[in-house]
Design a protein around this ligand. Sequence first.
Ligand SMILES: *Cc1c(COP(=O)(O)O)cnc(C)c1O
Length: 436
Amino acid sequence: MVRERSEALYERACALMPGGVNSPVRAFRGVGGTPVFVRRASGALIEDEDGHSYIDYVASWGPMILGHAHPEVIAAVVDAAAGGTSFGAPTARENVFAERIIAMVPSVEKVRLVNSGTEATLSAIRLARGFTGRPKLLKFEGCYHGHGDSLLVDAGSGVATLGIPGTPGVLPEVARNTITLPFNDEGALEEAFARHGAELAAAIIEPVAGNMGCVPPRPGYLEALRRLCTVHGAVLIFDEVMTGFRVAPGGVQERVGVTPDLTTLGKIVGGGLPLAAYGGRRDIMDHIAPAGPVYQAGTLSGNPLAVAAGLRTLELLGEDPGLYVRLEETSSRLFRGLTEAAVEVGVSVTGHQVGAMFSLYFSDAEVWSFADAKASRTDLYATFFHGMLDRGVYLAPSAFEALFPGAAHTDAHVDRTIAAAREAFGDVLRAASAAG
Ligand SMILES: *Cc1c(COP(=O)(O)O)cnc(C)c1O
């Protein structure tokens, strides 16, 4: 497939922006080739600058669960914009939105709006340190919590795709206060709390990981983490920026029944506009300024357009009682269909599906940790990715991301995707045998 305009635009972009992009994974470094420049999108489809159309499973990396340019979300944004785009003063709609978030997410008793998932996790960690008076942070390999300094140690997503081991610019003393454990290793958890428990301000985890591909917790793992945090007085933070409103209306915490002290939200909560949030126990949240001493602020926080988009999105998700059942069905039909197609063609894949997210790894062994994910054949993923792209299916340009089926994906989209995959797995089989 020829994408002349994308190629020309990318060449120009590279002279203007580092790597030609405003966020690293967009640059296709993980799969090779030239990024597709998107002109517009609607429902389950995106259209590139050369006029090609693709079934989209990236969904802007998660937010677009209702599909692109949902008419009611667009109407809410247009309506809000006509009344002014930013005031830097409280608005009535923020109350309605906060009420809605608190009603949907079990752990959230009070909430603060911010502008990105990164800002939400940074703020939640500062709050945990301010609340406990302790320095250390526990995190898990392959989880991604945005680009905050202490969070880039052994992180997933773009950090994993580009093979960056931590990153220059992060001070050693910051890294020293970050303890990183393998995901899904309960023994390592017990050991870390025994050693560092008294110094731990917080543990932060993706309760279903989505940034090393989709890796669910083993049974009992989140329960063990919850128990250890309670015993040692550390704040448990669930980073549900990706899973919130996706795997269930109230996120993983609703699905598995484990309640964290603080929750970070992003992506879907902003309905496709720059908005994120953190919230949780009232006694902890009341340490945030101006109620308490831990400072956190934002000129554009609670922006009227973003709140309008987020609120309408959450309303639509809440109003349709069958929606999450349908999302689960679409997701599992696609996951099963792709897995079966791989088996038919003779390609080894493995993976997990949780609600409206799943991923496939080219591997013979099951994936339960970042080490497992990294042991999969990312070179074969790159072949698969390009095979799908050339057949009109847009997947994440990285082996360490999930697919995000949404409400706009119909059975016909799913069938077309599986048919494309059958051919793309053929490409993979040829690449694998060529590689020996
Ligand atoms: C995307 C993501 C973030 C970062 O959010 P940004 O809005 O990109 O800053 C944090 N945590 C998780 C789990 C994410 O998936």
